[in-house]
Every structure is written in C-alpha cells, then in structure tokens.
Design a protein around this ligand. Structure first.
Ligand code: AMP
Ligand code: MN
Ligand code: MN
Ligand code: MN
Length: 278
C-alpha cells in the first residue's frame, strides 16, 4: 500500500480542489491519502464525495495541519484520523482562522509601510474563502512583480524577521496535541527538518513533542536523504513514537508530487500500524 499522509487543497494554500487532489492521488498510485490543510477540515467532505461518486480506489484519511507555538518558533503539527465533525475541534480551528485573519491584517499594514499598498483585498480575493496563508500573500506579491518566485517572496518579505513577517499567537504545541487527541486523532510532528534548527534543537523538539503526548514524527518527505530518514527514525525509537510519511503536496513541481519518494523500510513502525484499512 502506498501512503501519503500530508497534502493540501485550495481550502488552504494548495492549488488543486479536493476533487482534483484525490483524482491526482489515485492516478499517482496512492492508496491512502491524508488531506491536511492549514487549520481547516473544509476539504475533507468534498474529497470524500468525489471518491464515492467516482468510486476511486483511495482511502481518505481525515487530517489537518495545525500551526503551533513552541519556544518562539512556529511548529506544524499534523492530526490524522481526527473527527472532522467534532464541534469542539471545529471551534478550536475557528480560533486559529481568526488568528490567521488578524495576522493577515497586520501583515498588510506592514507591507503598506514598505510601499506595497492594498494588499489585503487582493489576498482575500486570491484566497477566495480559503484559510488565509502567507502563500496567498506570496502569490500576490509575485503577481504584482515584487519578486520572481514564491520562494523569493519568503526570502525578501515573509520569512521570519522580514518586513511582512508577523508572529502569530498560535496554539501552544502541547495544546495542539491535546486538541487532536480530543478529536480522536493521532498527532504527528510535521517536517522536523524544515524549521532550520540545529540537530540539538531538533532533538529537543522531538523530546518535548513526545512529552506532550505526541504520537508520530514525519520521517519521510520527498526531498530528505536516507541518512536524514534514519536519524529521524532513531529519534522516534528513542521516544517510543511511530513514523509518518507525507509529500506536503501543494502543487506539482519537479521535486514534489503526491506519493513521490515516500518509501519506508521494513524496520520502521508506521503510524498506520494499528489502523483498520479497507
Ligand atoms: P502560514 O501557515 O500562513 O504561515 O504559511 C506557511 C506556508 O507557506 C507553508 O505551509 C508553506 O506552504 C509556505 N512556505 C513557507 N516558506 C516557504 C518558502 N520558503 N517557499 C515557498 N513556500 C513557503
Ligand atoms: Mn502550506
Ligand atoms: Mn507545514
Ligand atoms: Mn503542509
């Protein structure tokens, strides 16, 4: 079975609709796909509807990616197998969305001071009701010629410490783990090597995530080396965690696609080891 347990739709900052995403996953040979949009579960019902209507041979895993705070850093925690109808969970995600809106307003104010006016209406139009992310800001700034690529927008304006960067009051990492458990899911530390931390800090992060009751670490992303995968699996073993795999797909690129390079070796206990799968 091929698993991809981290992906985005246009309900947050992915480019495909939920229906397009599940069709692409099926075409790419994925058997179990988690949709993990930023602080929203809005893509799950339409994805399941598309799977049922077209009788796709794909199991949908109900997921979410929560932006959290840990030690002044922004750490992403993926929830898998959460109940997307849990009222308390939906209330909590609504709080995160409110924080996204407030952050966006402040980001627009800061960009305006840097002579980039009228950003907010354009970003709201681009997002079209989706969870408001920095990616939407980045797309707009590329559109108006402020940078040549999304990545360059982050380097110039939106990355930590840059003009348009606004730290947000996200939920604490440990509380996000609890939110996910309260919604019946398992908590996964997302892409631990993407936070630009030293090895010492990655270890500290894994330790505190485990201490907070976290369940698994994403040890496989398409661009990670075999050595990195082994080191992350060693961290899982040290703390009694299982391993997850995910492409973090937002759109097709030369280095990333659904289900790409997500192989786990036999010695690894996957996060799905005790799941009932069809
Ligand atoms: P937000 O959750 O609004 O803070 O936005 C974070 C999102 O921005 C991430 O999920 C990525 O999709 C995207 N992102 C962050 N850094 C970069 C980067 N350097 N290049 C392209 N996209 C990025
Ligand atoms: Mn994203
Ligand atoms: Mn992330
Ligand atoms: Mn993601």
């Amino acid at each position: 079975m091929k698993f991809d347990l981290h992906s985005h739709t246009h309900c947050s900052d992915g480019v495909l609709s939920p229906a397009e995403l599940v069709m692409r996953a099926t075409a790419r040979g994925v058997n179990a796909l988690a949709i993990t949009d930023h602080d929203t579960v809005a893509g799950l019902a339409p994805a399941q509807a598309a799977i049922s209507e077209q009788q796709l041979p794909l199991q949908l895993v109900n997921g979410v990616e929560i932006s959290t705070r840990w030690q002044q850093l922004e750490i992403h925690i993926v929830g898998l197998n959460i109940d997307p109808d849990c009222p308390l969970f939906l209330e909590r995600l609504a709080l995160q969305q409110q924080r996204r809106l407030e952050r966006a307003e402040e980001m627009a104010r800061r960009l305006e001071k840097s002579q980039i006016p009228d950003v907010l209406p354009a970003v709201l139009a681009l997002a079209n009701g989706a969870a408001l992310t920095r990616t939407h800001f980045a797309r707009h700034l590329v559109n108006i010629g402020k940078a040549s690529s999304i990545n360059n927008v982050f380097k110039k304006y939106l990355g930590r410490g840059k003009t348009g960067y606004v730290p947000s009051n996200w939920v604490e990492m440990a509380d996000a783990v609890q939110w996910i458990h309260d919604a019946g899911g398992v908590a996964v530390l997302a892409h631990p090597l993407k936070y630009q931390l030293t090895t010492k800090w990655v270890k500290r992060l894994a330790e505190q995530f485990a201490a907070a009751g976290g369940d698994a670490i994403e040890i496989i992303s398409p661009q990670q080396t075999p050595v990195q995968k082994r080191e992350l699996w060693a961290l899982c073993q040290l703390h009694g965690l299982t391993a997850s795999v995910g492409s973090d797909f937002h759109q097709q690129t030369s280095w990333n696609d659904l289900g790409k390079n997500l192989y786990l070796t036999d010695d690894v206990t996957p996060v799905w080891h005790n799941w009932a799968l069809n």
